[in-house]
Design a protein around this ligand. Structure first.
Ligand code: NAP
Ligand code: ZN
Length: 352
């Protein structure tokens, strides 16, 4: 065991503050990674503030962070695919049983024994796992992803959650040329969804509550932008969509989006508002529409997404911040004031 530096929150009302945390020495299959960049996902904020208490209560202290890129500093004796000095990435998961039907299908995110990067029981040290707001992390090589060498590292970090969470459901639902696709919420997930849907050749419509994001939405790849608070603008699209990806982090009216679907259209929820969202039966019955959900993506698909990003030169639009600005960044996230992902330069923790 060794001590790592990290930013932790001590309770649901405490700010993030510097602390020392234990990390295991790499076992034979582990890599130790020096964290270079870590994205700030809205899930970090939900967890730090215990907003998902009824579904996944937070254990304190918490070290959030699951959009990690870094450099390998130590390798276990049985590690074959990586060596010291290699770039490595870690997303939302760090372990799974490898034997269940989900793991066998490459859908480790649905494994009943999946271990999240933070706030999951830690079978090595006891307590819970600690995430990427830290100077280093130790992870089994099975859960390490490769970053294409042509991508900017600060902008690549958010691909590990925001990227795969939007890529996977759009692949699953056949987003492609000739499809009309909606993206609700232009935040960290939403702006990645726009980039992917555009790259897949779909006609992309962004729904935003922030009129000042219109220009950006078009630049990111949207064909049309609708300010969702304008009911007349919404009505124009009634019954016309094949697929809508809903990335909103707070309470909102999903019926309004179900009613924009055509026959057999689908709304997939990836946003995870803490409180239940009411749905009218008629919004679904009419036109045989469906509402579903999706969580990140499996390891193989995450690597596929990273390789796709390498080929198409796709990264997240990031505002790079030092870790000392993390609390301020959370407040700005709540005001939808980020273009479009904060990426923490973890060098700022090493010099603290
Ligand atoms: P984010 O950057 O804060 O983006 C959320 C966007 O939702 C905002 O930028 C805003 O877009 C819109 N929004 C916020 N409050 C709203 C409200 N009251 N009504 C309508 N729209 C609102 O967050 P994120 O990191 O993209 O995460 C989004 C959600 O996905 C979070 O709940 C997060 O926990 C969840 N998530 C799920 C998965 C998964 O595997 N399913 C993975 C990662 C994250 P506009 O300004 O354009 O309206
Ligand atoms: Zn996330």
């Amino acid at each position: 065991m060794y001590n790592a530096k990290a930013y932790t929150a001590a309770s649901e009302t405490s700010p993030l503050a510097p602390a020392t945390i234990p990390r295991r020495d790499p076992t034979e299959h582990d890599l130790q990674i020096e964290v270079l960049f870590c994205g700030i996902c809205h899930s970090d904020l939900h967890s730090v503030r215990n907003e998902w208490r009824s579904h996944a209560p937070t254990v304190y202290p918490i070290v959030p962070g699951h959009e990690i890129v870094g450099r390998v500093t130590r390798v276990g004796s049985a590690v074959k695919k990586y060596k010291s000095g290699d770039l490595a990435a870690v997303g939302v998961m760090v372990d799974s049983d490898g034997t269940c039907s989900n793991c066998k299908a490459g859908l480790e995110q649905f494994c009943p024994n999946m271990v999240l990067t933070f706030n999951s029981p830690d079978k090595h040290l006891g307590g819970v796992t600690y995430g990427g707001y830290s100077d280093s992390i130790v992870v089994d090589e099975r859960f390490i992803l490769r970053i294409p060498s042509n991508l900017d590292l600060a902008g690549a970090a958010p691909l590990l959650c925001a990227g795969i969470t939007t890529y996977s459901p759009m692949r699953h639902c056949g987003v492609s040329k000739g499809k009309k696709v909606g993206v609700v919420g232009l935040g960290g997930l939403g702006h990645m969804a726009v980039k992917f849907a555009h790259a897949f050749g779909a006609h992309v419509v962004v729904f935003t509550t922030s009129p000042n994001k219109k220009e950006d939405a078009l630049r990111l790849g949207a064909d049309e932008v609708v300010v969702s608070r304008n009911t007349d603008e919404m009505k124009k699209h009634a019954g016309s969509f094949d697929f809508i990806l809903d990335t909103v982090s707070a309470d909102h009216d999903i019926d309004a989006y179900l009613n924009l679907l055509g026959r057999d259209g689908n709304v997939t929820l990836v946003g995870a508002p803490p409180t239940p969202l009411p749905v009218s039966a008629f919004s679904l019955i009419t036109g045989r529409r469906s509402l579903s959900g999706s969580a990140i993506g499996g390891l193989a698909e995450t690597q596929e997404m990273l390789d796709f990003c390498g080929e198409h030169k796709i990264t997240s639009d990031v505002e790079v911040i030092p870790i000392q600005k993390a609390n301020e960044a959370y407040e700005r996230l709540l005001k939808s004031d980020v273009k479009y992902r904060f990426s923490i330069d973890m060098g700022s923790l090493r010099t603290e």
